[in-house]
Structures are given as C-alpha cells and as structure tokens.
Write a protein that binds this ligand. Structure first.
Ligand code: AMP
Ligand code: ZN
Length: 113
C-alpha cells in the first residue's frame, strides 16, 4: 500500500481529520494554497474520477455535500469557495487517489490554469 491517501485512511500517516463516515474522509491539506484548504476523499482507493463508473457517481454528490458542510464549519460559506478535482497528469493530479479540494478564505484567482 504505497498510496499516501490510503495510508491516511488507515491511520498510518497522521493528518488533521475534520470529518469521516463509512465512505469518505476529509482532512487539511499539508501544503495549503489558501487559508482553508481541505481534501475530501473516498476511503476506497479509486485512482481518479476518470475511473468512476456511473453506478459510483453518487459518491461525488456525497463528497460535494460534505464539502459544503465543511465550508460552513470553516466560516467561508458566505464569502465563497472553490471545489476542484484534478484528473491525470496534465490535469495537475499528483496523488493518484480521487480527491476533492475545498479552497477558500481568500479571493482565488479567476484563472483556471
Ligand atoms: P493534487 O495535485 O490534486 O493531486 O493534490 C494533492 C494534494 O494532496 C496537494 O494539495 C498536497 O498538498 C496534498 N497532500 C499530499 N500529501 C498529503 C498529506 N500527507 N496530508 C495532507 N495533504 C497531502
Ligand atoms: Zn489510495
């Protein structure tokens, strides 16, 4: 098991976990790009959202719902925030375990890349 996010799920790598349930876990990004930078992942190893079957797509809805709740908890619900998912090398995905970034707490660039 060499996936860093699977190791966080297994408790083998420490992280600041803010939420978890049977399906997903959310923790603070170790290298935050904004005052709030959280990572929401499925507990099960899925390499990217390109690997999601249609039957698994409700998982993304669940992750978005958790992200919205966490944004409220971080106090950025009103000021605004960004949810981002990078997919594959040219999409900027470094960790090959599907994840949703929640970024906020400052004005984010209007550029998408
Ligand atoms: P991506 O480029 O979309 O694959 O983003 C991966 C994110 O995971 C980056 O923002 C990293 O800072 C973050 N990250 C990598 N390792 C850890 C870790 N051990 N704990 C928390 N966040 C991490
Ligand atoms: Zn993994």
């Amino acid at each position: 098991m060499d996936c860093i996010f699977c190791q966080i799920v297994a408790g083998k790598v420490p992280s600041e976990i803010l939420y978890q349930d049977e399906e997903v876990i959310a923790f603070r990004d170790i290298n935050p790009q904004a005052p709030t930078h959280l990572i929401i992942i499925p507990k099960r190893h899925i390499p990217s959202f390109a690997h999601l079957s249609e039957a698994e797509s409700p998982l993304i809805g669940h992750m978005v719902n958790i992200a919205n709740q966490l944004a409220k908890g971080e106090g950025i619900s009103g000021s605004g925030y960004r949810l981002a998912m990078n997919c594959g090398e040219e999409g900027g995905q470094l960790v090959p375990h599907l994840h949703l970034h929640l970024l906020g707490g400052r004005r984010l660039s209007d550029k998408l890349g």
